[in-house]
Write a protein that binds this ligand. Sequence first.
Ligand code: FES
Ligand code: FES
Length: 195
Amino acid sequence: MTQYEGITRRGLLGGLVGTAAAAATVPLGSGDAGAQSAPTGEVTVRLTVNGAATSLTVDPRVTLLDAVRERLRLPGTKKGCDRGQCGACTVHVDGRRVLSCLTLLATVDGAAVTTIEGLADGDRLHPLQRAFIEQDGLQCGFCTPGQIMSAAAIIGDGRAGTDAEIREQMSGNICRCSAYPGILAAIRQARTELS
Ligand code: FES
Ligand code: FES
C-alpha cells in the first residue's frame, strides 16, 4: 500500500490521457511571435495543426517535434530518444503516422498535422483514450500519446486485424513500463468501437 492509493488510479490516468482536451484550447498562433524579426535563412511554414491554420518562421533544421512542443505549446507529443527509436513523438501528417523527431517542419508545409491534443472531440475522449484508461494501458504515461497516435493510424488503415498484426504494427512504440498487455487490450477494445 502506498500513500497514493487514496487517489483513484483511473481518475489519475484520466487526467493524463485527457490532457489533450485542455491543451487543445491554446491559441496556435501564439508560437509565431518571432516571425517578424526572422533572420535571413529562416523559412516560413504554413500548416494546419489540430484543425487550426498556423504559420511558423523557423530555422530549416527545426523538427516537427520541437515546433509542436516549443513553438505551438502542445506538450502532449513526447520527446523520448529524439532519434527515431521509441515512437513517443508519433503524430499524424495528412492522416499518416510519422515520427516527428525525424521530420523537419519545413517538409510538412501545407500539411494537416494532428497531435494527441487534437484527438478528443472537445471534452469527449477518443475511443482509444478511453480504452487505454479502462484497460490499464499505461503506467507512467510517457509513451502513451505516441502509442495512441500510432494505434489510431493502424486502426484507421485496417492494420489492426489480429493480435499478431497489432504487435507487429506497434513494435516501433516502446513502453519502458512494459504496459504491453493493457495496450494490446485497449487497441482491441477501440478497434471494435471504431470499426
Ligand atoms: S522521440 Fe521520436 S522516436 Fe523517440
Ligand atoms: S507507460 Fe510508462 S513508458 Fe509506457
